[in-house]
Design a protein around this ligand. Structure first.
Ligand SMILES: Nc1ncnc2c1ncn2[C@@H]1O[C@H](COP(=O)(O)OP(=O)(O)OP(=O)(O)O)[C@@H](O)[C@H]1O
Length: 682
């Protein structure tokens, strides 16, 4: 590897300038497109115009993101046999840029020719003579480093540019990692769209980053299919979604929906909370069975024949035959609503058979008319009554007898008592719905009408989902695939995932492959070692992460007298503000008000999680319950034992603490008055 800043750099700068000019020309071309002559109708014109505007937007030259970050020199130009004069040199960037002749100047990082940039190694050079990485300072191309992968004489060394990128202070929302995706991450990013991938990874191993880059990759490789079916990123809460929302647009992907599980199932107004036990039961997969019975509860065998009068004739379908039709529908695995739609047609068919037997020649219109006739509709409705999903769940949680009937043999009496509302709900609008109830309504809705499936769903922080929540996400990708990201050690719900196999079965993707990431890009060595002391208590089967960061990190643990705690935390925050980058002050939720007051009194400006940090406002006050997925250059952690005590049981408390301890990029100051949890005290 060599770092050189002389003449070749000028040539690279010239290529950068030329690429920028080419991009401007591409944008100008798009802006100049006149579609008036080519579109015959208004709707087409609208659609086309919208596509052009999106293209213009996508062709913007973002001054703060370099147009290319790498170069590959192939030994043999790929595709040389097809393209005359093809060179083996490719500049790799966030988007494709071509010159006036259509020759590529910058290649999209997702294109197949770019792949060796991420994967080639001395062991497997992938036909690459040289890989070059570029360094930028303030938007200016200032350095490059080369690896001659096919030259056996050159020694393997680490990349300084890569290291600098990883060590860069964090300010603002999450950034893309497109210039430095690592080989083990790239394997996941570029995995085929057909299969579901589950990634278990310690804090800071890049799970979120990988998931987002995977979406961008899939949109590139399967653009048409996914434009039709759609993609979705599911995250744990709003502040997390705010934190990650810029990554995909920075990669040129503007149309990916982002939501929490609660957003997906927001069919009823949530206004109450469950006890941990009730929520756990409502999230249990057995509830799917209970709901199935509830939805089908009204189905009843006919007691009377159906009689249809047409003209002077009466046609009669006897009760036993109706019962046969009913039995057939019940045995088929179709949605309740679809069966309700089909039943009148089936009965009408039985009538038509009789007409034909009597020598008539009825056509489809007659069958439709019979199906719509009052006696047939009334009989169908009595046999297979329509179901309102929310009302059905409301009944289930309000009426002990109905619940007992549906939960018989599935939930014990005691369990049934636990999930019944204390006060029965009177109407769907006013009932005391909880978050877990909304998931039940979503399941009931799917039993009535199939939920449309998206092409791909990324599920982040998956370890916190209940089986019923996995099912809710799973039905949104029944015909598509999913990327499931999580860390069993960071599960902080009473129903947290214990095994990925089980979780994937609930998701409806039992054949998914499970990959593990262990190289940590966020947390420095000493800090991760400190946090990992908790692993034997919270996830004994998981190996601690290693850290790729060069600096060992700045770890300080300070004990103070109880009356000095708040002042000491404030002092630690001010001290951290002297450093570069973002600061997270993390505390038990119950401590947030006191700390907010102290910060206000001291005149220190602070933000809430999800609000964007900037050079002017770098300190965020983070309740421990919202820390998951976020990161700060320096973290001040207030009273660890309070974080543990904020949870219903010790294991969950220690997991919450593990999350809080693993948010730091450069340094961590722990301030405590009470004794530290024994696992941490070491
Ligand atoms: N290949 C990489 N190059 C540079 N930075 C990286 C790379 N991979 C991950 N990072 C950075 O490491 C940090 C942690 O990544 P990310 O948040 O995706 O990890 P995570 O596994 O989701 O963590 P957690 O379990 O805490 O949610 C981010 O700042 C991310 O940009």
């Amino acid at each position: 590897m060599s770092i050189d800043t002389t003449e070749p750099l000028d040539r690279e700068r010239a290529h950068l300038a030329a690429s920028r000019a080419a991009l401007r020309a591409m944008r100008a071309d798009a802006e100049a497109l006149d579609i008036r002559d080519v579109t015959a109708n208004w709707v087409n014109a609208q659609v086309l115009q919208q596509q052009i505007e999106q293209r213009i937007e996508a062709l913007a030259d973002l001054s703060h993101t370099p147009l290319f970050f790498g170069r590959l020199d192939y030994l043999h130009p790929p595709g040389a046999d097809q393209a005359e004069g093809a060179t083996g040199r490719f500049y790799i960037g966030r988007r494709h840029v071509h010159d006036a002749d259509g020759d590529p100047m910058v290649i999209d990082w997702r294109a197949p020719v770019s792949q060796p940039f991420y994967r080639a190694s001395r062991k497997d050079p992938m036909d690459i003579a040289m890989r070059r990485r570029f360094g930028y300072t303030g938007g200016r191309l200032t350095a490059y480093e080369d690896e001659h992968l096919s030259d056996p004489a050159e020694a393997e060394t680490g990349s300084k540019l890569l290291q600098a990128e990883i060590e860069r202070p964090r300010v603002g929302p999450m950034r893309d990692i497109v210039a430095t995706i690592q080989p083990e991450q790239d394997e996941i990013v570029r995995a085929g769209i057909g299969g579901t991938v589950c990634v278990q990874g310690a804090p800071g191993t890049g799970k979120t980053a990988v998931g987002l880059h995977r979406v961008a990759y899939l949109l590139y490789a399967h653009r048409e299919r996914l434009a039709r079916t759609g993609t979705l990123v599911v995250g744990p809460n709003r502040s997390f979604l705010h934190y990650i929302e810029q990554v995909l647009p920075a990669l040129g992907e503007l149309h990916v929906k982002q939501a929490t599980v609660d957003d997906l199932v927001a069919h009823v107004p949530v206004r109450a909370t469950d006890t941990a036990r009730a929520a756990r039961l409502k999230g249990d997969a057995r509830m799917a069975q209970v709901l199935r019975r509830a939805v089908r509860d009204g189905i009843s065998a006919p007691t009377e024949p159906v009689v249809v009068v047409r003209g002077s004739r009466r046609w009669r379908v006897p009760a036993y035959e109706l019962e046969e039709i009913l039995g057939e529908l019940k045995a088929r695995d179709i949605r309740h609503g679809a069966a309700a739609d089909a039943l009148p047609q089936r009965i009408a068919h039985a009538v038509l058979t009789r007409m034909e037997a009597a020598g008539e020649a009825p056509d489809d219109r007659v069958q439709d008319a019979v199906a719509r006739s009052q006696p047939v509709r009334a009989a169908a409705k009595a046999m297979w009554p329509p179901v309102d999903p929310a009302k059905t769940v409301l009944r289930l949680l309000s009426e002990p007898e109905f619940l007992a009937r549906c939960a018989d043999g599935l939930l014990s009496e005691d369990e049934q008592k636990e999930i019944l509302w204390a006060k029965p709900g009177r109407g769907v609008k006013s009932a005391p719905w909880t978050a877990a109830d909304a998931v039940l309504v979503d399941e009931a809705m799917d039993l009535v009408r199939r939920t449309p499936s998206l092409g791909h769903v990324v599920l982040d922080e998956a370890q916190d989902l209940s089986p019923m929540q996995y099912r809710a996400v799973g039905r949104r990708c029944t015909t598509g695939s999913a990327t499931v990201l999580g860390d069993l050690a960071q599960g902080t719900t009473p129903w947290a995932t214990a095994s990925w196999q089980e979780a994937l079965a609930h998701l409806g993707k039992p054949d998914a492959t499970v990959e593990e990431l262990t190289r940590g890009f966020r947390v420095p060595r000493e800090v991760i070692a400190y946090a990992s002391r908790l692993l034997p208590a919270i996830a004994p089967d998981l190996a601690p992460a290693t850290s790729v960061r060069e600096s060992p990190g700045d770890l300080r643990v300070r004990q103070v007298a109880p009356q000095e705690l708040t002042a000491a935390v404030l002092a630690a925050s001010l001290e951290s503000l002297e450093r570069e980058g973002s600061i997270g002050l993390i505390a038990a939720d119950a401590r947030i008000d006191a700390l907010a007051e102290a910060l206000d009194d001291a005149g220190v400006r602070y933000l809430s999680p999800g609000e964007e940090t900037s050079e002017q406002a770098r300190l965020t006050l983070v309740p421990a319950s919202l820390a998951k997925g976020l990161e700060y250059d320096y973290v001040v952690l207030d009273e660890p034992s309070a974080v543990v005590d904020g949870e219903p049981d010790v294991r969950t408390g220690l997991r919450r603490l593990y999350v809080a301890l693993t948010r730091a990029v450069s340094g961590l100051i722990v301030v405590h008055a009470a004794a530290l949890p024994e696992q941490l005290a070491g």
